[in-house]
Design a protein around this ligand. Sequence first.
Ligand SMILES: Cc1ncc(COP(=O)(O)O)c(C=O)c1O
Length: 371
Amino acid sequence: MQLEDIFKKSLLPKSDYKAGKSKADVLASTKADKLYKLSSNENILGSSPLAIEAIKTHINSLNEYCDRSDGRLRKALAEFYNDQLLTADQFITDNSAVSLLNLIESSFLREGDEIIVSNPTFKPYLMFAKKLGAKVIDIPLKGDDYSLDVEEIILNINNRTRLIFITSPNNPTGTYIPKKDMDRLVALLPDHVVLVYDEVYFQFVQADDYVRGYEYLDSGKNIIAVNSFSKAYGLAGLRLGYAYSSTKIAKYVSQARTPFMISTLALEAGIAALRDNEFINETVNLIHSEKEFLYDQLDKLGIKFWPTQANFITIKPEMNDEQFEREMLNEGVMVRPVANFGATDCIRVTIGNREANLAYLNALKKVLNKN
Ligand SMILES: Cc1ncc(COP(=O)(O)O)c(C=O)c1O
């Protein structure tokens, strides 16, 4: 038998998802003196200083294995969510939100099961499902404001449906799911279905009728909320995420975790970052004020954009997306075409600091001849 015969066919790539480019990938190819990376929704202010301090403190103990248990991180999470009365045994940790999504899907999906997603949205939901042999039902976000089609989702639930993925704020649209839609979806959720609520951008939300996953845990419905340290805490390169749910679901899913999954540095940095209110406030304030500045400038330039609840703004620049990406890169600005998320000719741009945003706007004017 050949290797091709023994390797699992279900793992061969089936989708056109391309991960965002790294700075190193493009540094060699741009003519610009300086490169602004606004393509991966990272934190332009860097990382939580308290997390960095914890990493420095523990850097010399890497010869020793990390804690086998994630208990200390879950305890810190329970303290963080003290007002919401979440307990340590309601948390699941893993080395990123993406890993958690994989863990959740591996825990619940068998071949032939179905998941529901609403494109345009984060691609890994459906990638993992396909690898597990599950069928993906797409109920697209509707209208120009990309709202969730709750009624159509409900109509498409059947006996094989196991997971429904919803994302608020959503990547790549930046839109959110208002409370009334969440209320209805949760109320009609049958017992054989788990709602996976991805809230990795929650810190940036300003909408009054935004709701968190924990507000529905008392409903007795199956809900898992997924979170990350990559965005507001600025720890994307460290890889750390967490989810919370009912004690029962957390116990089930935790059994599928890999032991020693969270490294010493990630565990210590995560615990410290959860106390770093100052850094979160600074980050969120920057995003909110720069978002208003960018709205104003984009309006003046007549560029279509979607109002955002996240740390990025998606625009439609009326140019082929790949050409736009290339030309912006020549000006030293990395942006992200999101056609493969389901948003044709749209470009997602991370909100930066004033310097980065001005570089972006200047490049935009040049590329689109708007001077
Ligand atoms: C909606 C959404 N969920 C999850 C993730 C992944 O987060 P992590 O870096 O923790 O894997 C991202 C990252 O861009 C995202 O946009």
